[in-house]
Design a protein around this ligand. Sequence first.
Ligand code: ADP
Ligand code: MG
Length: 325
Amino acid sequence: MNEFDLIARYFTRPTLPLQHADLGVGDDAALMSVSAGHQLAVSADMLVAGRHFFADADPERLGHKCLAVNLSDLAAMGARPTWFTLSLALPQINPDWLAAFSRGLFALADEHQIELVGGDTTRGPLTIAIQVAGEVPQGRAMLRSGAQVGDDIWVTGPLGGAAAAVMHRTGRAQLPVDIARQCDLRLDLPQPRVAFGRAIAAYAHAALDISDGLAGDLRHICQRSQCRAQIRIDDVPAAPQLSHLPAALALEAKLAGGDDYELCFTAPQSARQQIAAIATHCGLSASRIGSILPASAQTEPLQFLDSNDQPLALSFGGFDHFKTT
Ligand code: ADP
Ligand code: MG
C-alpha cells in the first residue's frame, strides 16, 4: 500500500456529502466558506508517541483522543466545530492500526459533525497533528482575557480522574484494577464539552479547557485578564476514584492534574441559574469553585482557600514540556 492508497482507504469518505467544506480531501487544497456574521476559530494540537501517549496505546482510543483534545479547544472558545486536517507521521503502514485509529477518529468526528478536509502523510516517528476549525458568532468567542472582578469561577465535571490514571500507570500510585480502568477511560477517552461551551458563551466572560491542570490553566486566565483568582478547594469536584489515592496525591490530581479536558470559565453572578440550567440540559455537572478578585502586587494571582476560607500554601505549576527540573 502506498501513501495515496492509505489516504483513500482510511481517510477519505467519498460517500458522505460534505457538510461544511466546498472541497475536501483529494486536491492540492480544501476550500471552505465561513458563514455570514461568524469568525473562524482555528486551533492545532500535536500528539507525539512517547511524550503524549504510550507508543503501544490502543489505536482506536488514540484516534478519539487526538481529535478530542482539539475539539476541546473549540469548546473553550464557544465555537461550533466545522472541519479539521490530519497530519500523520507513521513509522510503517499497519492496516490494523490504521483501521482502528480511523474508526476512533471518525466516531468522534461524526458525533460532533466535524469534517476531515485534508492533511499530510509521511513516514516518521509516530506523530499525530490535527488542526481544527470552528465557527463562532462575530465577537462572541470566550477569551482568556475576558474575566471580570466579581465573576464566579466554574468548572465542569469532576477533576483528577485522568491524572489518577497517569499516577497509576507510572507507578506513583496503586489503584484497584476496576478503579484504574475507570480512570483510564477519563485519560484515553476525554469528552470535549462542545455543546456546553457553545451554550455558555452567551453568559461566560472567560473560558479555557483544562489540559494541563486547573492550577496552571487558571493562571492563564489571571494573567490575560489581569486579575487574581481565589479557589475554595473543597468546592473543586474530585473524581470519585481519587478516594483510593493518598490524600496528598488526590489533592494534586484534582487541583493540578492534566488531561481531564473539562472547561474552566468565569461568569457574572447574575448568570448562576442559566449556567446551572445549561449544565443540566447537557447532562454535565458544573461547580462554582471560587471568584475573580482585583490583581494585587502583594498576593499570588492564584490562591487556594481551605474549608475555613484560610489561604493554603500549595504550589502547583502547570505542565511545561520544556521545563528542565
Ligand atoms: P500534496 O502533495 O499536495 O501535499 P498529498 O499527496 O500530501 O498532497 O495529499 C493528497 C491529498 O490527500 C490532499 O488533498 C491532502 O489534503 C490529503 N491528505 C493527505 N494526507 C491526509 C491525511 N492523513 N488525512 C486526510 N487527508 C490527507
Ligand atoms: Mg502532502
